[in-house]
Design a protein around this ligand. Structure first.
Ligand SMILES: C[S@@+](CC[C@H](N)C(=O)[O-])C[C@H]1O[C@@H](n2cnc3c(N)ncnc32)[C@H](O)[C@@H]1O
Length: 256
């Protein structure tokens, strides 16, 4: 898959950062020393951590060169490293691992969450938010269009890339034995966007990438036209002409 595009991702920065703010508000630590932002992206979530705990050593971790370049520009003087979460371990003394909107991309993430909690200091926190939206029209339709000709062979892999999240009970059973406290909840956002095109632009920055990245320009245009027509039908305008993008998200705060 092509690299992430920070500019596309940041088109909806305010809306995308809101779950990170909501997650951060549930971390009951006043004075952590070492904090890591896993899948830090362009540094929007890292900035929240730096502002909340200015005395802490905050590090951002990401696989994307473009995202890391933006993050370094945004927060000069902070530490950003290129690493894959699947092979990354928290340094000794880590009090907070924050992972907003990233672990859904990491295969077997439940196993990695157990490993991350295990490596925290006592009282340390793993805070995770993941989109739980594979059954929303945005994602059903990207798969439906991908299963049609002429894309079905080229996009067969993309449709398999993200598995549905395990049920909350699976996280509970896996993490509870490692934690002194464990909070799990869902929040459904209704993001107000200008029109169906804005919904397509939103998912182009994230979930739609594996579907359009493999296509050459003319095919990509045709795929996007077919997808946009379905999105327009699934997200009708409100009384003021805007559309509501329903977006369920799963939150987990695990305190060791
Ligand atoms: C949806 S963005 C989240 C950005 C930011 N944390 C936020 O709250 O808006 C997901 C980020 O995770 C990164 N990412 C995806 N898989 C990763 C992995 N296995 N290891 C590290 N970073 C990863 C991507 O490069 C991207 O920057």
């Amino acid at each position: 898959m092509a690299d992430w595009n920070a500019e596309q991702y940041l088109k909806f920065e305010d809306e995308r950062t809101r779950p990170a703010r909501d997650l951060l508000a549930q971390i009951p630590l006043d004075d952590p020393r070492r904090v890591t932002d896993l899948g830090c992206g362009p540094g929007n979530s890292t900035e929240l951590l730096v502002k909340r705990w200015p005395q802490a050593r905050v590090t951002g971790v990401d696989t994307s060169a473009d995202m890391l370049r933006q993050a370094r520009e945004r927060l000069p003087g902070h530490n950003f490293i290129e690493a894959n979460i699947a092979h990354w371990a928290p340094p000794v003394g880590t009090d907070v691992v924050f992972a907003n909107a990233v672990l859904q991309w990491v295969p077997n993430h439940l196993k990695h969450m157990q490993r991350l909690v295990g490596a925290l200091e006592p009282g340390g926190v793993l805070a995770v938010q993941m989109p739980d939206n594979l059954d929303e029209p945005t994602h059903i339709m990207m798969r439906e269009v991908a299963f049609q000709e002429p894309w079905r062979h080229q996009l067969a892999e993309a449709a398999q890339l993200r598995d549905a999240l395990p049920k909350p009970g699976a996280y509970y059973d896996a993490l509870r034995p490692l934690c002194s406290r464990l909070e799990i909840w869902h929040t459904v956002y209704n993001h107000l966007l200008d029109d169906p095109i804005a919904i397509v632009e939103w998912v182009k920055g994230t979930g739609l990438r594996p579907f359009i990245d493999p296509l050459e320009l003319p095919e990509r245009k045709a795929y996007l036209a077919a997808y946009t027509a379905r999105i327009a039908a699934a997200y009708p305008p409100q009384a003021d002409g805007k559309v509501l993008l329903r977006f369920p998200r799963l939150f987990i705060v695990a305190i060791k």
